[in-house]
Design a protein around this ligand. Structure first.
Ligand code: PLP
Length: 376
């Protein structure tokens, strides 16, 4: 065919930041004008309405909007009432924020290995339990809930708490139960590229426990109660009311977004399932006990770095989660290093475009280019 040039190459960015606003730009602009004209900036009606809607969506007793997902984790760990200096087991395959939260809440992160689905492996957690262990922090990564059966069993046997890092898994379920609702507290992030993203930082803590809820409510607002009396050292970590208004709008459409992601995952499965050089996440309909929401589409690929360069030349943006490094690889943090499956996996893992700006044709094009690369 004549006239094909590189300038005609399709462009599929890994994530299209402007489009999350532009999809409903007028509606958001009107909403912000309304909220700001009322001067309703901090702890106002939109925040209450969003918290109510989020709690209802997840079927939990309490949801609190906070500054970001990391603060949600810190406050979740603190509110769980663990022994200071005790150990919390957390996967190495996660964002450093998971371990940082444990540290800042006065506990010690102990790293565990992951299984083939890239999520923390219960049988490996079992090997890490000591007399000092007080809790497990499963990280429900990429929009999928870890197999919680062995984790819950370990918690029963050893009397451990669960604090969930469900920052990537709003709406994901295991055996019909939502991510974030398994333990003392669950943390969510509304960072723009998260499945429910706002236009800045935002987060939430959810819980079914009255005691945990009471602490979180105080902690996120300087430890103050409604009378202004202070009973603990807290933080300034409240979800902005404007962001709450945006999230409330977005939550109404959220089910549609999740279905779109699941159908994109099915399309990738169809396009790449026959290729032995890539290892794919479980397909959306693969396992009855899991309902995955595909925050990310994380694959393992042979000759990964060359594949990424090739795809970039074809206009396809891919990334390595957290720049390609997981927690045990930050040696200065001084955490345990013996997580061999995670270590091996990080040499092959990468993320393909997965968000609601991506079309089926985009996925078909990406799959075709991946085939071309391996057939060269
Ligand atoms: C995004 C994320 C966080 C932190 O959320 P922020 O809102 O950016 O603070 C924590 N853990 C995981 C696994 C995340 O993906």
């Amino acid at each position: 065919q004549l006239g094909i040039s590189s300038s005609m190459t399709k462009q599929i960015p890994f994530f299209n930041y402007p489009s999350i606003f532009k999809e409903h730009g007028d509606e958001y602009a009107n909403l912000m004008t309304d909220i700001c004209s009322r001067g309703a900036y901090i702890m106002q009606q939109e925040l209450l309405d969003f918290e109510k809607a989020l709690a209802e969506y997840l079927g939990v007793k309490y949801a609190f909007g906070v500054g970001d997902g990391t603060m949600a984790l810190i406050m979740g760990v603190r509110a769980a009432g663990l022994e200071p200096g005790s150990e919390i087991i957390v996967p190495s395959h996660t964002f450093v924020a998971s371990a940082a939260a444990i540290h800042h809440a006065g506990c010690v992160p102990v790293l565990a290995d992951c299984g083939p689905d890239h999520l923390v492996d219960g049988s490996d957690i079992a090997k890490r339990i000591t007399k000092k262990t007080s809790a497990i922090m499963p990280v429900q990564l990429n929009g999928r809930v870890a197999n919680m059966d062995p984790i819950e069993e370990l918690c029963r046997i050893h009397d451990l708490k669960i604090i969930e890092d469900s920052c990537q898994a709003l709406g994901a379920k295991f055996r019909g139960k939502f991510a974030g609702t398994f333990g003392a507290a669950g943390a969510f992030s509304f960072y723009p590229s998260k499945t429910l993203g706002c236009f800045g930082d935002g987060g939430a803590v959810v819980t079914n426990s009255d005691e945990v809820a009471e602490q979180i409510e105080l902690m996120r607002d300087h430890g103050r109660n409604a009378n202004g009396s202070v009973s603990l050292f807290g933080y300034n970590s409240r979800l902005d009311n404007v962001q709450a208004g945006v999230l409330l709008l977005k939550l109404r459409e959220y089910g549609v977004q999740v279905e779109k992601r699941r159908s994109l995952a099915a399309r990738y499965q169809k396009g790449l399932g026959d290729l032995s050089a890539v290892f794919l996440p479980p397909a959306p309909d693969a396992e009855n006990e899991h309902f995955d929401i595909f925050q990310n589409y994380e694959i393992e690929a042979d000759r990964r770095d060359d594949l990424r360069t090739y795809l970039a030349d074809q206009g396809i943006g891919t990334i390595l989660q957290w720049g390609g490094r997981v927690i045990h690889q930050f040696e200065e943090l001084g955490l345990n290093q013996d997580v061999p499956r995670t270590e091996a996996m990080t040499h092959k893992f990468m993320l393909l475009p997965m968000n609601t700006s991506v079309s089926f044709e985009d996925v078909d094009y990406i799959c075709e280019q991946i085939h071309n690369f391996y057939n060269k």
